[in-house]
Design a protein around this ligand. Structure first.
Ligand code: TYM
Length: 345
């Protein structure tokens, strides 16, 4: 019989899709927190290529996009020696556990997922089945390692609630405390970075307007130009956060400044209250270039040597697979699958 794998106290899992240029939202909402958590948690960071193919990906570019995403993680500060960095498709445990979770999650739960509704749009009948069950794979990513903490942007909150529901339901149905209830790690003004063209829409890889986002591959000129042209309103900056209510574009730019500078929104407004956007945008552009410039440079350097990235991902996948294997053995046993290699039930 498989022994049960103890639930760790401080294990982090998170991931990002290799579906286009990584942007400031990914950095402030996720990567930056991933880097900080490495100090005190055991961390796994994953390029989720299985999630990427829930919408069509050109097979000729997927591998390069996967390397590019890994380069972005490392350039942002993920240390592949300290943390486990790998791409999802190399570790079969994710797909296997996702199938089992498809049989635990209820159709009603998935029907409530707003991201599916947004991504599938009006043409739901033509969306892939994979897009529909996307959150069960996400639960499997996390729980294959019994991870306890998941640092993400605000947009992933509902998926993490579903992960908790799946874990609780599995534990209850099978009468065993196999999975932890994960804690979302979502905080600060960087948790929801909005489009530079429309402060009510999330900054996103899939926005057709490149001016709506700051890509981690943008050079200093492009960053400054996009910030200078970002939509604003005609009022000067208020003196406290409450004065930003009903001003989504102003709130977004001040939030980005605060997140980049690691200051509170009120603190930033203390400095810029009463000033116009021209002056504020110049200061923001300078700050963004100073923070992102070294990351862009490092990404470009890493991308020149794909073999190094491939070795890092292969090593990470090996370590991840070794960590997931006993968890999957435990799950198979608990579910009741015949597995003579691990002894009779
Ligand atoms: P993805 O690839 O869309 O985004 C990667 C991370 O970036 C965050 N993010 C943002 N944060 C703030 N403002 C924004 N505008 C913004 N845009 C993106 C996301 O919240 C995310 O943290 N489903 C996930 C990937 C995933 C995952 C997982 C995450 C798959 N399995 C397991 C955690 C745990 C996604 O599509 O992220």
């Amino acid at each position: 019989m498989s022994p049960s794998v103890p639930i760790p106290t401080r294990r982090v899992f998170s991931g990002a899709q290799p579906t286009g240029a990584m942007h400031l939202g990914n950095y402030l909402g996720a990567f930056r927190n991933w880097v900080r958590l490495q100090q005190s948690y055991e961390c796994l960071y994953c390029v989720v290529d299985l999630h990427a193919i829930t919408v069509w990906q050109d097979p000729k570019t997927l591998a390069d996009q996967t390397r590019r995403a890994a380069a972005a993680f490392i350039a942002a500060g993920v240390d592949p020696k300290r943390s486990i960095l790998f791409n999802q498709s190399q570790v079969a445990a994710h797909s296997e556990l996702a199938w089992i979770f498809n049989c635990v999650a209820r159709v009603g739960w998935l029907n409530r997922m707003t991201q599916f509704k947004d991504k599938a749009g009006k043409n739901r009948e033509r969306a892939s089945v994979g897009l529909y069950v996307y959150p069960t794979l996400m639960a499997a990513d996390i729980l294959a390692y019994k991870a306890t903490h998941v640092p993400v942007g605000e947009d992933q909150k509902q998926h993490l609630e579903l992960t908790r529901d799946i874990a609780a339901r599995f534990n209850q149905d099978f009468g065993a405390e196999v999975f932890p209830l994960v804690e979302p790690v979502i905080f600060g003004p960087g948790a929801r970075v909005m489009s530079l063209r429309d402060g009510t829409k999330k900054m996103s890889k899939s926005d057709p307007s490149d001016a709506s986002r700051i890509n981690l591959t943008d050079d200093a000129d492009a960053i400054a130009r996009k910030i200078r042209r970002a939509k604003t309103d005609p009022e000067p900056l208020p003196d406290s956060a409450t004065g930003l209510e009903g001003r989504p574009e102003a709130a977004n730019l001040v939030g980005i400044f605060a997140a980049l500078a690691d200051r509170t929104v009120d603190d930033v407004l203390g400095e810029f209250a009463g000033k116009g956007f021209a002056e504020f945008k110049n200061a923001l552009a300078e700050l963004a270039v100073a923070t992102l410039g070294p990351i862009t440079e490092e990404m470009l350097r890493l991308e020149r040597d794909p073999a190094v990235i491939d070795r890092i991902l292969a090593d990470g996948a090996e370590r991840a697979a070794a960590m997931a294997a006993p968890v999957l053995a435990e799950v198979r046993h608990v579910v009741g699958f015949l597995d003579p290699r691990h002894g009779r039930r």
